[in-house]
Design a protein around this ligand. Structure first.
Ligand code: HEC
Length: 358
């Protein structure tokens, strides 16, 4: 099977060797000459391709918009195998120029005729605290530890399931598991407050690298308040999200209000968050150092706090659809610090992009 694949690819490759020498070719001519024998003229797969693995449906908006150009440029240069996919997807290094690859990528993106689907280049890598604007199909595990000024230690691990709804929406379900430990006292543990959230992309502009979304979180008192595992009140948290790339820097911003129904149990507050990231490359698996700033205005307690969170992100799989991040949140200014230091992390899996082990 492998030999067949290699033979097959080399036949395709030798048939297409001329592309790079013909810069005047249109994107359509490149696609129809180099890709359509497998992917079909309409991107939905050629019936007689001879390919023995399932071909993606490039006419499916959800599929053809979600990936960023950096990842797919790499796939087109180096082929499926270097990308954790089948070697039957050939690499075109030396056959197509980078300009031709970019043109053919724009061409396949246009198989999706519905402009409501935001381009994958606006899918900036997730920061630890600031919520991202791009809707995702993702599963996350978010372990967090903090040690309070009073010696109380808290471990919380939140599991989140995110699912895209239509072109612009995303629902999210989160459930934390918490352990609360008082020095010299008893340790309590169990389920915390569950959150159901929806967000919607309001504006997405690929040329200006801008994405804006709005959403609302609904917090439900599923945790036991008396054991410090929950707040004991329903909470609404409306939020505005912005992502903007400026040259090599990615800025992600968020304003979030927390409005508990019972203000004697949880504080009303507004949070302003800004994350500055410097992705090492446009490949999703590459390192991304980020610094986040969060200003918390606690309206109920009439207090202000400022936190800084340096962190590092790294993809674990070839396509970067599995990734981890870790960082420390440090109180830097304001009214009495709620904790000495807080360690935050996540493990993410874009489950629509591939399995957990490939
Ligand atoms: C010899 C057949 C063949 C040719 C020619 C070919 N492809 Fe593919 N392509 C495949 C196969 C097979 C897959 C699926 C690989 C997998 O899922 O393991 C694939 C997958 C893809 C994907 C999806 C990758 C992902 O993230 O899942 C894209 C995008 C793509 N090809 C674009 C192109 C473009 C653009 C061209 C032309 C420049 C091209 N292909 C030429 C066989 C081919």
């Amino acid at each position: 099977m492998r030999i067949f694949a290699i033979l097959f690819v080399s036949v395709v490759v030798s048939a297409t060797r001329a592309f790079a020498d013909e810069p005047q070719l249109s994107a359509r001519e490149i696609y129809e000459g180099a890709c359509a024998s497998c992917h079909g003229v309409d991107g939905r797969g050629a019936a007689d391709s001879g390919v023995t693995v399932p071909l993606p449906d490039l006419g499916d908006c959800r599929f053809v918009t979600a990936e960023n150009d950096g990842n797919w440029r790499y796939l087109l240069l180096h082929g499926g195998q270097s990308f954790g996919l089948s070697s039957q997807m050939p690499g075109f290094e030396g056959i197509l120029t980078v300009e031709q690859i970019n043109a053919v990528l724009d061409y396949i993106r246009a198989f999706c005729h519905d402009p409501a689907w935001a381009h994958g280049d606006l899918n900036f890598r997730r920061a630890l605290i600031t919520t991202k604007a791009f809707p995702e199909d993702e599963f996350l595990i978010k372990p967090e530890f903090d040690k309070g000024r009073d010696g109380v230690r808290d471990w919380v691990t939140e599991m989140s399931f995110e699912r895209r709804v239509g072109a612009r929406g995303q629902i999210e379900l989160s459930l934390p598991f918490a352990a609360h430990d008082v020095t010299g006292g008893a340790t309590t543990g169990g389920i915390g407050d569950m959150t159901v959230a929806y967000k919607h992309v309001l504006y997405a502009n690929r040329p200006s690298r801008t994405i804006v979304a709005a959403g609302v979180d609904l917090g439900l008192p599923t945790g036991d308040r008396h054991r410090h595992l929950g707040e004991g009140t329903v909470k609404f948290a409306p939020t505005l999200l912005i992502g903007q790339r400026l040259g090599p820097i990615v800025l992600q911003g968020q304003i979030r209000g927390d409005a508990p129904i019972d203000e004697s149990r949880a504080d009303r507050s507004v949070r302003y968050r800004l994350a500055f990231s410097y992705p090492f490359s446009s490949l999703k698996r590459d390192w991304v150092p980020t610094v986040e700033i969060e200003a918390l205005q606690n309206v109920t307690a009439a207090q202000h706090q400022l936190f800084v969170t340096p962190q590092i992100y790294r993809g674990l799989s070839a396509r970067g659809h599995i990734a981890v991040a870790i960082g420390a949140q440090i109180p830097v200014a304001g009214d009495p610090d709620p904790f000495d230091v807080r360690v935050l992390s996540f493990f993410l899996w874009e489950y629509s992009d591939g399995g957990l082990w490939w």
